[in-house]
Structure formats: structure tokens, C-alpha cells
Design a binder for this molecule. Structure first.
Ligand SMILES: [Fe+2]
Length: 319
């Protein structure tokens, strides 16, 4: 847990999980056998899916995959996931993990579909149970919907370590955008979901149920206490003025120097004021209703009704 990692002065207090992650990054930085990352950008939802692998063992993890979804017709599709699958097969990679950084509200996860093709374990943060409780209520799910995270093969807690082939990895709990967000630090590469975005775009919103701008600030400072050379891989990019194309990779050093919301020197209170004001003006994501109903089930579609058809619910005047 991160009880209070940031002192009033903005200095980050001692934190064993962060220190372990920092040591791990330092050990892997610049090594020829550091993890290889290939990213796939879905322009429909501005989502980056990352495939990270250990070049020595060819073991891979897929982070935040995308199931295509057309809200007008209710049709799902697998073109985005197929591009990932083609790459995995062409490279001869063996998938050990399907990692979800959080319950996404803007795209549906393709993890179960990919897992069916490739094997590997589906994992998310242990705090998923809080998200399942909140949204289970909002969508008036019956008892068929388990709120214990059992839809996943592994629930990571803060500071838990794991391996990708021969590469050390550590899971960090980085709440704020949602209460359950995780960052996965694999070698010197950190997959940070919706926390920091590119330096010229800033940070993720913190106004969903269970979100908290103050917590988000502390999570971003915690990530930025990793070594400057840490490679950061983001879940989204929406472009920014003066930048010709989408981008999803940066470094801790670049974020500390230039993130427009949380560069070094930005105080917690001013971040919270900025984030809260900005969030109040944002519309909800276009796909929040289908995304949450599917992703809180580990990416499985809701069960079919008596006529064999699966449905997405839309609660009126609730969100
Ligand atoms: Fe998100």
C-alpha cells in the first residue's frame, strides 16, 4: 500500500516497493538483453497495446489489448487483437502474461480472446474487487457476477514480484485514475497505464467512481522516483499541439523535466486544483458503458440472456 509516500514538501518518503523497482530498473538499464517492446496503436480509442518480451527466452506479456467495438451496431471484432497475434506468431513468442493495468473505461479488453489463442495468465491489480463492487451496483448485476476478482488468474498487490522469462518484474499499485490501477515494471520498462501521459499531454483524469486527484499526484511522484532512464510505456495518447503523430513511449527523466501537469516542482495542491477543474469539463468516454461492463469481467462479455443474445446495459441518469 502507499500510505503516505509524499511528504508536504513534495519529497518522496522511503518506500520499499519503489526502491526494489528502482534497483531493478538500474540493473537492467542499457543491457543488451533488456526487454524488447513493440506497441500497437488503436486509433479508434487512442489506446496503445504493448507486447514486451525477453529476447533470451522469447517469453512475452501483452499489456492492455483492445477488442474492436462499434457502439452503433453493437458489433465486436478482432482486427486490433489479430495484429498483436500475428506479431506474436511471426516472432515466435510464447505468451506468459496478459496484463491489464486497470479496468479501462474507454475500450474493451481483448485479453480473453488472445488468451484463448496463446495461453498465458490474465492478471490485474487486487483492488479490482473495489471496482467490481462499485460497478456491480451501478449495473445492477446479479449474483452471477462475482466481485472477488475470480475472473482473473492472478491479482497483483503492491510490490509483488514476478518474472518474464529471465527478466525481473515488479507490480506497483498506482491508484488515482481508478482505485485499482497498477504499473508493471519489467526490467527497465514500466507499463504505467493511465497515470502519466506524454509530457506535452500531462496526466490521466481522476474523476471516475473511486478516482482521486490527490492519490493520482502521489502515484505519479512515485513513478517519477524511478531512475531517469526508466522507459515509460503509456496506455493512451491523444496527440498534442505541435506534435505530428501519436506517441506512447517516454522516460522518467523526460516526464520530470517537462510533464505539463507534474514536472518537478509542481506542488500537490496545485496539481489537485488543476486536475479537478479540468476533469469537471470532460465528457465521459464514448465507450464507458460497454467498456466497464466487459472489463470488470476480465474482458468477458456479459452472459447471454434466454434468447442466446448478450446485452450491454445503459443505466439512465446514473453516471
Ligand atoms: Fe483508463
Amino acid at each position: 500500500m502507499i500510505a503516505d509516500p509524499v511528504s508536504p514538501s513534495g519529497a518522496v518518503a522511503a518506500d520499499p516497493a519503489r526502491d526494489a523497482a528502482a534497483r531493478q530498473v538500474a540493473a537492467w538499464s542499457g543491457r543488451p538483453d533488456a526487454p524488447v517492446v513493440r506497441s500497437f496503436f488503436d486509433r479508434a480509442t487512442f489506446t496503445a497495446t504493448h507486447v514486451v518480451h525477453d529476447p533470451a527466452t522469447r517469453q512475452a506479456a501483452v499489456v492492455d489489448s483492445v477488442l474492436d467495438y462499434d457502439p452503433a451496431s453493437g458489433r465486436t471484432g478482432h482486427l486490433s487483437a489479430l495484429a498483436v497475434l500475428d506479431y506474436l506468431r511471426a516472432e515466435g513468442l510464447q505468451v506468459a502474461w496478459h496484463l491489464e493495468t486497470h479496468v479501462h473505461a474507454d475500450h474493451l479488453s481483448a485479453a480473453p480472446w488472445l488468451q484463448h489463442q496463446t495461453g498465458g495468465a490474465l492478471a490485474i491489480g487486487a483492488e479490482i474487487v473495489r471496482v467490481q463492487q462499485v460497478f456491480g451496483k451501478i449495473f445492477n448485476e446479479g449474483t452471477e457476477f462475482a466481485r472477488d476478482g475470480s475472473q482473473f488468474d492472478r491479482l497483483f498487490t503492491d510490490g509483488e514480484t514476478f518474472r518474464l522469462g529471465a527478466i525481473d518484474a515488479i507490480a506497483l499499485h498506482v491508484p488515482g485514475h481508478t482505485p485499482a490501477d497498477m504499473a508493471f515494471v519489467i526490467g527497465d520498462a514500466a507499463f504505467i497505464g493511465d497515470t502519466l501521459f506524454m509530457p506535452d499531454y500531462g496526466t490521466a483524469r481522476a474523476d471516475f467512481p473511486g478516482g482521486d486527484a490527490r492519490m493520482l499526484y502521489r502515484s505519479t511522484r512515485r513513478l517519477l522516483s524511478l531512475p531517469d532512464a526508466t522507459r515509460l510505456f503509456l496506455c493512451h495518447d491523444y496527440g498534442a499541439p505541435g506534435r505530428p503523430d501519436f506517441a506512447w513511449e517516454t522516460t522518467v527523466g523526460a516526464e520530470r523535466a517537462g510533464n505539463i501537469h507534474v514536472h518537478d516542482g509542481v506542488a500537490e495542491d496545485s496539481f489537485v486544483a488543476m486536475r479537478t477543474t479540468r476533469d469537471a469539463a470532460l465528457d465521459l468516454p464514448r465507450l464507458i458503458m460497454p467498456s466497464v461492463q466487459v472489463n470488470m469481467r476480465g474482458g468477458h462479455l456479459p452472459p447471454p440472456e434466454s434468447n442466446g443474445t448478450r446485452y450491454i446495459k445503459i443505466p439512465l441518469d446514473t453516471l
